[in-house]
Design a protein around this ligand. Structure first.
Ligand code: ADP
Ligand code: ZN
Ligand code: ZN
Length: 657
């Protein structure tokens, strides 16, 4: 009997057997259409068999032989993710394929790859010694080796990646470069294309049209692509001659997917490099503490670029103590003076506030009513620009009420401050200035974002008000002042990673300033002027900050000194969610060897989209012990009786608490 084992995207951790009379070895890795229940589904053949433990097997509908089979190493990568993240293999293979191929289709033939011909090589800058050393270390590496390239913005990291990629292409190899958000980095795309004019570059991100994404995947699979440049999903693109992986901004949270398959593209990339026995470079100005820890213990090699490539100073960082000052709409006299001065000099400033909207909440002081979301445990944010109240968690929105729904009072007050409010205030305060707001509301599409960037570059704005969008990899040559407002909140957040993120953001946003001939200045408003995090920023001392954080984490037993997984459940009411988690916990307790199971608790934001959510943290000082535990525990959880309407998932290496 010829049987094929198929990975199907269904939430059951097993493969499905089908009869396939005409199948042979060459069909492993092919997509297949099979009957499933009353419908048909497409999946991937992962192995062949001659007998099955199931009887009454159905026959496959068709084996799709219209494209090359997915290679064994691609299946192995998916199997690793399935094991490590405890996700059904079919869920992984389905996610790893572009949507069109996943549905069993093929893209219509598009533009074929430009033939690589002799093209004039662009002028290359002469490398600094530290850059050269980094390039040599990367290019001189044979086999698996993880290098952490640490250098501030402008220190020439990208130049190093490009040289290393160049060497790979010269040897006939392929390179994979992962970046956090390609929609925000067309500059990089342009730079790579300009550097390798004869090369076939494939871009991959979720914003692309289905056909283009599928074509890129097929080009890579067939070995036609030289360089794949993409966001986290690109880590799954098959590359038969892959010789180098680069993960730029490796600390960026967007490498971890927060829904569905909760994988970390950076970690999967390291595993892939290990699997293929090739070098991998992780680059950042503020490496994740996990990576920095690995570099300190010698598991990764640290490559340092201590200076900026183009002779210019780092921005001067100053702390503005706001404890004794009456702020004007949240801005200190120092920051206002700085803005005024830049205006007079015709330079740009940025006020950085990581909160969009006009105000975080609308309130009725006499009766205590506040605008809260009907579906979530969250407040509705005031958006004055279009007079709406919006939930930033579930998207619910409503018109701003004319009067308090509880007591009829018409004097409702917006409390707190978001980017829209700052914008309004700055327009009033500096009537001659052109104020531009950059956040997910004003840059809601890539096109709008491009237009905003063009305006900034053309000098069409004097004062920018922006969220973390402004911190993403862009040069703003006219920008010489950055004021950070409202940063303190992150110092005492419940999430132990909040300070790490704040440091990276402030470092990044500061790095946007003063990159041309104009020196930059960063003002941080705070009520904790002596906080070590801010002090380290003043000294541009990432390493001091990282060591101090790691000491705290070691004492607290947090990652990277422990390994975690989070089981989350959601249901109509919190009792159901918690009951499920408690049951899962007692099922796990008997197995827990070297693993700690914490109590089931409601999530910090308990209600989301009308569902009530709970979580259960599992922790171990040994990754293998945690992995072993999770594998058996999952079997037990799948066997539990689920109340209707309850949904659960496991998040391995959770990033958000
Ligand atoms: P990073 O990726 O660390 O931000 P880049 O590689 O983008 O740094 O370099 C910053 C700027 O300096 C770029 O304009 C780049 O072309 C330039 N650059 C990089 N290395 C050199 C060098 N050795 N000599 C001159 N300019 C350089
Ligand atoms: Zn909501
Ligand atoms: Zn009221």
């Amino acid at each position: 009997m010829n049987i094929v084992r198929v990975a199907l995207d269904v939430p059951v951790p097993r493969l499905f057997d089908y009869l396939a009379a005409d199948s042979d070895q060459s069909d492993i890795g092919r997509r297949v259409i099979v009957p499933f229940g009353k419908a048909s589904r497409s999946g991937v053949i992962v192995s062949l068999a001659t007998a099955s433990e199931h009887d009454k097997l159905k026959a496959v509908t068709t084996i799709l032989r219209d494209m090359p089979a997915l290679p064994a190493e691609w299946l192995a990568l998916c199997e690793f993710c399935s094991r490590y993240y405890q996700a059904p293999l079919g869920e992984v293979t389905s996610f790893a394929l572009p949507p069109l191929l996943r549905r069993g289709k093929l893209p219509r033939a598009g533009k074929t790859a430009a033939a690589a011909g002799p093209v004039a090589a662009p002028d290359l800058p002469e490398l600094m010694t530290t850059q050269q050393a980094a390039v040599d270390a990367i290019s001189g590496t044979a086999g698996f080796h993880t290098m952490l390239l640490h250098g501030v913005t402008g220190s020439g990291k990208t130049e190093v990646y490009l040289r290393a990629i160049d060497a790979v292409l010269a040897r006939g190899g392929q390179a994979l470069m992962l970046v956090p958000e390609i929609a925000l980095t067309p500059q990089l795309e342009g730079r790579v294309a300009a550097r390798f004019p004869g090369a076939h570059i494939v871009c991959a991100n979720s914003g692309m049209a289905d056909a283009a994404r599928a074509r890129g995947f097929l080009d890579a699979l067939a070995g036609r692509a030289d360089i794949v440049l993409g966001t986290r999903l690109a880590v799954f693109i098959p590359l038969p001659r892959l010789q180098l992986i680069v993960v730029d901004e490796e600390h960026d949270a967007s490498f971890k997917q927060q829904e569905g398959l909760r994988y970390s593209a950076r970690d999967v990339a390291v595993w892939r490099a290990h699997q293929l026995n090739i070098p991998i470079v992780l680059g950042s100005a503020t490496p994740s503490l996990e990576s920095f820890h690995h570099a300190s213990t010698g598991r990764y090699e640290m490559l340092e670029l201590p200076e900026r490539a183009v002779a210019e100073a780092m921005p001067v960082v100053r702390i503005v103590d706001t404890r004794r000052e009456k702020l004007q709409e949240g801005l200190s006299a120092d920051l206002l003076a700085g803005l005024q001065q830049r205006l007079e000099r015709g330079e740009q400033s940025l006020v950085f506030l990581n909160r969009r909207g006009y105000a975080p909440v609308l309130a009725c002081p006499p009766c205590g009513w506040i605008s809260h979301c009907l579906r979530c445990a969250a407040n509705l944010v005031v958006h004055l620009a279009d007079r709406r109240l919006r939930c930033h968690h579930c998207g619910f929105e409503a018109a701003i009420p004319r009067a308090c729904p509880d007591c009829g009072n018409v004097d409702l007050l917006p409390f707190g401050r978001g980017t829209q409010r700052l914008e309004t205030m700055l327009v009033e305060r500096f009537p001659e200035a052109r104020v531009l707001r950059i956040d997910r509301d004003s840059a809601s599409t890539p096109k709008k974002w491009q237009a905003l960037l063009a305006t900034i570059h053309a000098g069409g704005a004097d004062i920018l008000v922006g969220t973390q969008m402004m911190a993403k990899g862009h040069d703003f040559p006219l920008l010489t002042l950055v004021g950070a407002v409202g940063a303190d909140a992150a110092l005492f957040a419940a999430d132990f990673r909040a300070p790490e993120r704040l440091f990276a953001q402030l470092m990044q946003v500061g790095g946007r300033s003063g990159r041309a001939e104009l020196p930059g200045e960063v003002l941080i408003q705070t009520e904790y002027p002596d906080h070590p995090l801010y002090r380290a920023l003043v000294d541009h001392d990432y390493v001091r900050f990282a060591r101090a954080q790691l000491d705290e984490r070691r004492i607290a037993g947090f990652p990277p000194f422990s390994f975690q997984a989070m089981l989350r459940a959601e249901a109509r009411n919190i009792e159901q969610s918690l009951a499920f988690l408690i049951e899962a916990r007692s099922a796990g307790e008997a197995l827990a060897d070297g693993v700690t199971l914490y109590d089931a608790v409601p999530m910090r934001m308990q209600r989301l989209m009308t569902l009530e959510r709970g979580q259960l943290l599992v922790e171990s000082s040994s990754r293998p012990a945690l992995q072993t535990f999770l594998a058996t525990w999952m079997e037990q959880i799948y066997a539990l009786k689920m109340p209707a309407g309850l949904r659960w998932h496991l998040d391995v290496d959770p990033q958000e608490f």
